[in-house]
Design a binder for this molecule. Sequence first.
Ligand SMILES: NC(=O)c1ccc[n+]([C@@H]2O[C@H](COP(=O)([O-])OP(=O)(O)OC[C@H]3O[C@@H](n4cnc5c(N)ncnc54)[C@H](O)[C@@H]3O)[C@@H](O)[C@H]2O)c1
Length: 313
Amino acid sequence: MSKVTVIGAGNVGATCANVLVFNKIADTVVMLDVKQGVAEGKAIDMLQTAQTLGFETNLIGVTNDYAATADSDVIVVTSGIPRKPGMTREELIGTNANIVKSVVSQCLAYSPDAVFVIISNPMDTMTYLTLKATGLPKNKVIGMGGALDSSRFKYYLSQALKANPAEVEGLVIGGHGDTTMIPLKRLATYNGTPVSGLLDTAALDKVVADTMVGGATLTGLLGTSAWYAPGAAGAYVVASIVNNYRRLIPSCVYLEGEYGQSDICIGVPAIIGRNGVEAIVDVKLNDEEKALFEKSADAVRKTNEVLKEIGAL
Ligand SMILES: NC(=O)c1ccc[n+]([C@@H]2O[C@H](COP(=O)([O-])OP(=O)(O)OC[C@H]3O[C@@H](n4cnc5c(N)ncnc54)[C@H](O)[C@@H]3O)[C@@H](O)[C@H]2O)c1
């Protein structure tokens, strides 16, 4: 029996919960929000699709009732403010650090063995904050950003190739920021064929550039940050944990020397299973990719330093 809690029943949290129940990924899903009645209302709305869509998952919505989250296997943290057009993810840090720190400690009191999946932005820094503030073992704290950024990379690749998206593969590593993420164009494939042989340099560089501002593009269109792909990407990570699928997912994890970095949470390919981060996969980067990764880590570290300045760590 698996139980998953989603903190924050806003756009991303509710979408994630909806994918979890619709795809029967967990036996019980709890949505918790600070806004009175919102999680309850969304849970009832989703449950009223159970017969038409054909699922029997136990779904509960609660307002700040952490006792209802007790003994969760996985806790997904989406609470906080999203960015508005023109904002960077990093600008959310002041508000979201306090929210993330407070909800994580309340969850831990009821689910000491849970694996945490952090989605709130700036995600790399919120993942680092969760790890440092709780003292949890590093395998138990995973930031979700690479799964989403990679799905955006695959989308833009499939558009450029006019290909079936299901046959396109690509990884995005590094920080989850417009200027810090690194779509690994050298390793992207279309049904096993390197895309570098199928798209010219200009087309491939455009795919990379579009991927990097993929979130900002949607924020500009929607007036707030996107939720369908982020919610689904969160559920994809959760499924790998509760079902021990051991998917290779670029995820924000704590590094201790891997990829030449230490004391940082940043996106690298990781095997995600029942214990959370089961292993970090060492993809051999070339010199150009290594330099980009180092630059990305420097930027993430700079945002992490703000945690001390605002007294969150
Ligand atoms: N990591 C990613 O890939 C990714 C992708 C998209 C969005 N995000 C981030 O996810 C977060 C949520 O985005 P959204 O679009 O769902 O925002 P939203 O405003 O729709 O939802 C956030 C919810 O959090 C709730 N909340 C706030 N403080 C809370 C608290 N203390 N306890 C419980 N709930 C609380 C709010 O009431 C709201 O319902 C943002 O920080 C956004 O930037 C991350």
